[in-house]
Design a protein around this ligand. Structure first.
Ligand SMILES: O=P(O)(O)OC[C@H]1O[C@](O)(CO)[C@@H](O)[C@@H]1O
Length: 529
């Protein structure tokens, strides 16, 4: 590649220990200049947001995740106090758990944490747990596992892993709204498991939720061990650096002050109004150029580091829930967004990189390079060559192989994976998403699209109950999906009735017996006790 272009476009910040290479994005010479007016407007929007403007107009909310790592920026003394006192409470709670001053009943020391949450209430904690656990090779103070779905078998798997250590388990139920059904279900399943083991579950349970939420009410009425706040001015997908992410991380033994310091340092840099000094602005402009400001190309995130495996999944929510919007701020239909996927290199080279090099050219890659290989000395797998040399070799080789075929890429280089550098990466992408949203004129801080699926699911559950009632009342009479839908007066929902019957028949709790017939849609279903 072109060294002169690289020299002129390479952003490097030794203080942060982070560099950004956009030289493999072949934008025209005048692109950065022509984007200046839009970019300056994005900076102005961002300054207003950080100053406490209602940056999420649809929900009439401020957007304050940047205050979490510099409480002095909070627009009122009350908000500043809320941030600092919560941080103190997290540290105090954690210290007591670590010292064994706060224990499970019977003085049993907590050794395990089970986090129950979904979306923004799980992805950040999962990323941090995976990236920063056992960082120095030792054991974590507490081991963290997750319920992040309403999949019964998934929960059984985690509970089996915990086994008899349930009595040493602290459960953190995280839900900003406090009404998310998957999380409620996880909480009920966990509580049932504790009860079945003869354990007094409220003495193990902690809530992280918004004031007045259903979850908070349950936690209060059942006398849970502790509660930590979640505020309406922090979005789920930007909540890693409030109690949502900090509490599990601190309990695990991760240095949360360093995560906060990393994010704060990145915030300072990404507030700079001069483009060449602002890696988030450079990133946002590259997304704009690569995708025509319309999401025409996908963002493939490829960290060459096992510890960063979950970063692409974390970014998937941050980017897609923020940018994937039907309407712009003026109410025009724009169907914006950028699709994000990826796992890690060089593993993915043996999976989908074939298509990246030779197939449809509908993506740009963001490589994440980590300079430090490991803590200890490395084995030579060939004379003078380590496994880490190979990891870098595959990264550089793949990058070149893609460039040769006009497949564009950005590279972010960090010195190491650490609480500080992860805080920086989170801060970098939060800012880039916010700036990009301004460039394309959308609200990055709401998620109206997820409601439709939730409402439809409620309808499905209601129909499931009606089906069970009707079959039971029919006392063993057999129905096809069609005849049952007709009986329920909902012939337009026959497909849904079929899907529900199939699930009921597959599970003992469904009390439905299926008799297979030919053709398949003449199969019958009847109630069975
Ligand atoms: O923290 P809560 O309120 O349970 O929400 C979990 C997730 O669900 C969503 O609202 C989407 O349904 C996300 O935005 C959020 O991170």
């Amino acid at each position: 590649m072109n060294w002169e272009r690289f020299k002129s476009l390479y952003y490097t910040n030794p203080k942060l220990g982070l560099s950004l290479d956009i030289s493999r994005m072949p934008f025209p010479d005048d692109f950065l200049t022509t984007m200046q007016p839009k970019l300056q407007q994005a900076f102005a929007d961002m300054a207003a947001l950080e100053g406490g403007a209602i940056a999420n107009p649809d929900e009439n909310r401020m957007v304050g995740h940047y205050w979490l790592r510099n409480a002095d920026l909070a627009p009122t003394p009350e908000l500043k106090q809320a941030i600092t006192s919560t941080l103190d409470a997290i540290k105090d709670f954690t210290a007591k758990v670590h010292k064994g001053e706060l224990t499970a009943p019977g003085g049993v020391k907590f050794k395990e944490v089970l986090v129950i949450g979904i979306g923004g209430s799980a992805l950040g904690p999962q990323l941090v747990n995976h990236a920063l656990g056992r960082l120095k090779g030792g054991r974590d103070k507490l081991r963290v596992s997750f319920f992040d779905n309403t999949d019964p078998d998934g929960m059984d798997y985690v509970l089996k892993e915990l086994g008899s250590r349930l009595k040493q388990t602290l459960v953190i139920v995280i839900s900003k709204s406090g009404g998310t059904v998957e999380t409620r279900n996880g909480m009920l399943e966990a509580a049932a498991a504790f009860k079945a083991a003869g354990l007094d579950y409220p003495k193990h349970f902690v809530a992280v939720t918004g004031a007045g939420s259903k979850l908070e009410q349950v936690a209060i009425s059942e006398g849970w061990l502790a509660r930590f706040p979640m505020w309406d001015w922090v979005g789920g997908r930007t909540s890693e650096l409030c109690a949502v992410g900090l509490l599990p991380a601190a309990l695990q033994g991760i240095k949360i002050d360093q995560m906060l310091a990393g994010a704060a340092a990145m915030d300072e840099v990404t507030r700079k109004k001069s483009l060449r000094d602002n890696p988030a602005a450079l990133l946002a402009l590259m997304w704009y150029w690569a995708t025509d400001g319309k999401g025409t190309k996908d963002m493939v995130v490829l960290p060459y580091k096992d510890r960063l495996l979950l970063f692409s999944r974390y970014l998937q929510q941050l980017v897609m829930e923020s940018l994937g919007k039907e309407l712009d701020l003026q109410g025009n239909v724009v169907n914006q967004g950028i699709a994000v996927y990826g796992n890690k290199g060089s593993t993915d080279q043996h999976a989908y990189v074939q298509q990246l090099r030779e197939g449809v050219n509908n993506f740009f890659v963001t490589f994440i390079e980590v300079l430090k290989d490991r803590n200890d000395a490395s084995l030579e797998v060939e004379p003078g060559i380590t496994t880490g040399d190979y990891l870098q070799g595959f990264f550089l080789g793949t990058r070149d192989a893609l460039s040769e075929k006009n497949r564009h890429s950005i590279t972010i280089t960090v010195n190491e994976v650490s609480p500080r550098s992860l805080g920086q990466l989170i801060g970098l992408y939060e800012r880039a998403v916010g700036l990009y949203a301004s460039l394309v004129g959308i609200n990055a801080y709401h998620q109206p699209g997820v409601e439709a699926g939730k409402k439809a699911a409620t309808g499905v559950i209601a129909l499931r109950l009606k089906i069970a009632d009707a079959l039971k009342a029919a006392g063993g009479r057999e129905f096809t999906a069609e005849t049952l839908a007709a009986l329920l007066n909902q012939p337009e929902k026959t497909e849904l009735v079929f899907k529900l019957l199939e699930h009921l028949a597959a599970n003992p709790a469904g009390h439905v017996k299926k008799t297979v017939q030919k053709p398949w849609h003449e199969s019958t279903y009847a109630w069975q006790e």
